[in-house]
Ligand binder design. Structure first.
Ligand code: IMP
Ligand code: MG
Length: 191
């Protein structure tokens, strides 16, 4: 492929509808801090990271490589029922864990917590399965729209304002998960 044609197609990361919020370097530094903290706190644990598909895949992949301990990973996929655009808190399990978590030290890994309704219900479901401990690691925390204020967030990458963000696994209608940075979508209707 010629340099000229490459220039024509390579516009996703420089899309004018995106405003940079956290660079790939800032993300790497913060994820390394979280990984070091988890490494210290789970030194005697039997750690399982549970990624919530699809958004957490990039964060999980980076975080696990910053945790210098024996660990396993597993995944869940859930769909939250929405009443229009508002989350109702009803959750359907689309894909359950492959292995039991009884006796394990589980960290649920999320991309972003917004109202908290989806994760609250997921924690209720996982909480009934006999894990030794159950904690939450989210890459982003958007506290403003929080409905479930009682949801305890144990590890958080960044707290952000109430804006719609994409990249690093987060999407707008399926797009932008591959951005290596976090950006605010300036005009969500054009996303
Ligand atoms: P909630 O906490 O139940 O409201 O749902 C959180 C889910 O909504 C996340 O896992 C994301 O899939 C999605 N979400 C919330 N805010 C954003 C955002 O700013 N960008 C992309 N997805 C978001
Ligand atoms: Mg999600």
């Amino acid at each position: 492929m010629s340099a000229e044609s490459l220039k024509t197609i390579s516009t996703e990361f420089t899309n004018s509808n995106l405003e940079l919020l956290y660079t790939a370097d800032e993300i790497r530094t913060r994820v390394a801090e979280l990984g070091a903290q988890i490494t210290r706190e789970y030194a005697n644990g039997d750690l399982v990271l549970v990624g919530v598909l699809k958004g957490s895949c990039v964060f999980l992949a980076d975080l696990m490589r910053e945790i210098d301990l024996p660990l396993h990973i597993d995944f869940m996929a859930v769909s939250s029922y929405k009443d229009g655009t508002v989350s109702t808190g009803d959750v359907e399990i689309l894909k359950d864990l492959t292995n039991p978590i009884r006796g394990k030290d589980v960290i649920v890994v999320e991309d972003i917590i917004d109202t908290g309704l989806t994760l609250f219900r997921l924690m209720e479901i996982l909480g009934s399965r006999g894990a030794n401990s159950l904690k939450i690691a989210t890459f982003l925390d958007k506290p403003d729209p929080r409905v479930k204020t009682e949801l305890a967030i144990d590890y958080c990458g960044f707290q952000i304002p109430n804006k719609f963000v994409v990249g690093y696994g987060l999407d707008a209608a399926g797009r932008y998960r591959n951005l290596p940075f976090i950006a605010v979508v300036k005009n969500p209707s054009e996303a």
